[in-house]
Design a protein around this ligand. Structure first.
Ligand SMILES: Nc1nc2c(ncn2[C@@H]2O[C@H](COP(=O)(O)OP(=O)(O)O)[C@@H](O)[C@H]2O)c(=O)[nH]1
Ligand SMILES: [Mg+2]
Length: 378
């Protein structure tokens, strides 16, 4: 018997190569998925199919076990698999892999239709492919729950969520919110302040950075009075330093900033000056989930100099899709801390969770469809 190994992107490509090389009577001995280290779509890995095929030589000996092997199924056989199909053994695995790929192509298409970035979609499909192929090759049962769990675990490395404010920290925390005007910074500061003080019994002080004396301070002051918290207005970096000193006993200081146009170079420089004095332990860039991705990229690039550590998306209630959230988090690599889901203080603030992101990226229907395809009779 003549045995050769082939590598291709898809089972069908491998089959075509084998047929051309060994002829239509070639036998499939093994198929498996292999990972190649190549740069593709910005990724360091590429999955390929490795197929070992053989052709029986005319003199067949008793020790030759090729009788247990089956001929390469023609594309027709692959497409019209019947219960009595001669396709069995390793080729069944091949067909299962082929089924996965076509189902994953559909998932990819739907992700693109929902506005998910191409590279991200590609990466997620690889992830899912890897999880399912591993389960198939280890004969693990393909259950929605375990696949979802694996997917969420792996997704957390692609799109990160940071969790909310860590209330177990002993040292003073200074949390600063920055971002364009009108996105919901002051509202989110009020929500965070209420959650920290009322629900988590922390001593909280609020600072408003407002060199332009825009109405933001009054707005924050009103919230502070309702919640019963001290608030300071800083009109200069020195004013901010004084406020920080005044709040030396507070567990958490939350800093609201007045965002003028993000195009305003001078304002960015001023903000930088404030941050150097305040030295926040966390800087949360706050952006609206309903902004276009291109605008988000512009905003992020402006604010990057402020040592942003996390991102908050507001106004999720005003958009039906999470495309800006997922594309933005993927692009920026900033872990998502909170999601603003309405105007009510403090109820409309959620800690970002990977489950929510995951069910947008890979809907329940899509995952069910993939598993259905895999379980189709061969
Ligand atoms: N629908 C909705 N509106 C919000 C949300 N967060 C804030 N807002 C509203 O957005 C407007 C601007 O909020 P504000 O906190 O003043 O934004 P800032 O300029 O960034 O401080 C206000 O009318 C808020 O009630 C949210 O999560 N959902
Ligand atoms: Mg404001």
């Amino acid at each position: 018997m003549r045995i050769k190994t082939y590598e291709a992107d898809t089972i069908q490509d491998a089959m075509d190569q084998i047929k051309q090389d060994l002829g239509p009577n070639a036998l499939i001995l093994n198929t498996r998925q292999v990972t190649k280290s190549v740069k593709w779509f910005g990724l360091a890995k590429k999955h390929m199919i490795e197929v070992v095929a053989g052709i029986a030589t005319p003199k067949k000996t008793e020790s030759d076990s090729s009788s247990a092997l089956v001929p390469i199924p023609s594309p027709d056989v692959l497409d019209t698999q019947s219960e009595n199909s001669v396709v069995e053994g390793k080729t069944v695995e091949a067909i299962a892999l082929r089924n996965i790929r076509s189902a994953l192509d559909d998932v990819y298409q739907r992700q693109i239709e929902r506005g998910i970035n191409k590279e991200l979609s590609q990466r997620l499909v690889y992830l899912l492919d890897d999880i399912i192929s591993n389960s198939v090759s280890h004969n693990r049962e393909l259950e929605t729950k375990t696949i979802r769990q694996d997917f969420n675990d792996r997704l957390s490395q692609v799109i990160q969520v940071s969790g909310g404010v860590d209330f177990s920290v002993e040292e003073q925390q200074i949390i600063s919110l920055v971002g364009p005007t009108g996105v919901g910074k002051t509202t989110t500061v009020a929500k965070l302040a209420a959650v920290s003080s009322v629900l988590n019994y922390k001593k909280v002080g609020l600072i408003s950075i407002d060199a332009y004396r825009i109405a933001a301070y009054d707005q924050l002051k009103t919230y502070a009075e309702i919640i019963g918290l001290p608030v300071e207005l800083a009109l200069s970096p020195q004013g901010a330093r004084d406020a920080i000193d005044k709040f030396a006993d507070q567990d958490i200081i939350i800093v609201d900033s007045v965002g003028r146009s993000p195009n305003h170079q001078v304002h960015m420089a001023e903000l930088h000056g404030y941050m150097q004095v305040i030295r926040p332990t966390e800087v949360h860039l706050t952006v609206s989930a309903s902004v276009k991705f291109e605008d988000l990229v512009r905003i992020v690039d402006r604010y990057r100099t402020l040592d942003v550590s996390r991102i908050i998306f507001t106004k999720l209630d005003e958009t039906v899709t999470l495309d800006t959230v997922v594309n933005g988090a993927y692009y920026t690599k900033y872990p998502i801390s909170y999601l603003g889901v309405g105007q009510t203080v403090p109820d409309d603030l959620e800690i970002a969770e990977i489950e929510r992101i995951s069910s947008f990226l890979l809907t329940k229907q899509d995952l069910d469809k993939v598993l259905e395809r895999l379980n189709e009779p061969i």
